[in-house]
Design a protein around this ligand. Sequence first.
Ligand code: C2O
Ligand code: CU
Length: 542
Amino acid sequence: KNVHYYDWVLKETNYTRLCSTKSILTVNGSFPGPTILVHKGDTAYVKVHNQGLYGVTIHWHGVKQPRNPWSDGPENITQCPIKPGSSFTYEVIFSDEEGTLWWHAHSDWTRATVHGAIIILPALGKTYPFPTPYAEETIILASWFKGDVMAIIEEALATGADPNVSDAFTINGQPGDLYDCSNETTYRIAVKYGKTYLFRIINAVMNEEHFFGIAKHNLTVVAMDGAYIKPITTDYIMITPGQTMDVLVTAKQTPGRYHIASTAFVDADVAFDNSTTTAILQYSNIAKYTNTSSPTLPDYNDKAAAENFTNRLRSLASRDHPINVPKKITKRLFITVSVNQLVCPNASCDGPDGNRLSASLNNVSFVTPSIDILQAYYRNLNGVFTKNFPDEPTYIFNFTGDVGNNTLYPSLGTKVKLINYGDEVEIVYQGTNLMSAENHPMHLHGFSFYLVGNGTGNFDKKTSPQSYNLVDPPKVNTIGVPKNGWATIRFLADNPGVWFMHCHLERHASWGMNTVIIVKNGPTKQTSILPPPPYLPPCSKS
Ligand code: C2O
Ligand code: CU
């Protein structure tokens, strides 16, 4: 097992996109940021020097960090921000992850520009469970806003209205051929006829799930969220913010130029960026290119296309890559996922009915504390959080949202859920459409979980579990809870710590679609949270 060291400087850097220049927060001046490359089981130390304008933290999305919540990163959940002019070294401990994950800033909307890939190769001496590709490429999907992202969310929270939608999507930082002032810099991937490539696709988009495809080329998905799956051959994928997919592509079409394209899947009546980002897959050794063909992706609201893809996901579950689905559930949670509203604190807000938009889990809209929950828990400080996140909603919920007024208005609080070390946990997420119906990509820190089932309508305690896949369910860290439907996940609570759980649509997280799961220490030192590192960013305001 190897140790890797990285030195990162967070700083403002000028970037020109869509015909105008603005300053964005970057790591080492690059957008997207640098790649972390390790083998399974390695450890990385990342020293982050903050030379930016405000406090920031970094999260290692999908890295379980066994017993090490101190380096997990979400702001005021596991640490206070790294202040401008100071630095903090993250200890990123890899355990069983293999494939592609990513890292991103975890303070307000800073992740829009502060993100990058994590590539985890098989342990030294081991190989992929598929033929070794000729070459590999990382493809990061992201959002570009003409305005300042921090100002956009600040304004939205102040007025109670929806935040501005993005002005472009990008592939590896470039909007591509279909946007103004962009076709000179479209991202290009050169391929040789007859060779097979591994594309590591990361959805770092802020607010939309995506359909992704390559003109005339099949995609064979072989891994997702840092775990192998049974290969799926398809002409498009549906990927939610937070998810990563490893895809094999063989260059065996008529040599030429083909668009790689990605666009939003939004099955709801909400404002969204409906533009398409493109890159170019370009066969080498061609004298003259004629035109570039474009893929046909599903329509933006094609719910069936999204579901058809998601329902094909199965863990590889081979002898070398076994899975272990909990079967004796000892802790059950039923969590409703809602966008709703709060009464305006001022005279009037710009949200629905003069209220402000909010979001909740079990009708609790999460309030981020001013010092981190991990520290408060570890040091027994009172007044930072309460332990009363409900195991199920206190109102009868219906996915149609037709339940009367009391569920439209959530309560506010920093309510967390404590569970025992070793619990076999099942969580049923029930989507509701109080305000609008949307998929919610729910993400849990500190774990991968098995998606054992999902369906449309209300979850039914008697009939829904009959459809569970306990044989080879996909092992993931983010799942889209279907619009007007439910999804059930299971995991073993074998990682003591303070772990954030939230919707990975950034505006929903900003509105409070979050909670925290605290897994208590087990009986031994080896099953307890590691001691804190000697230096943690101080929580004082000054
Ligand atoms: Cu991708 Cu809480 O993070
Ligand atoms: Cu959401």
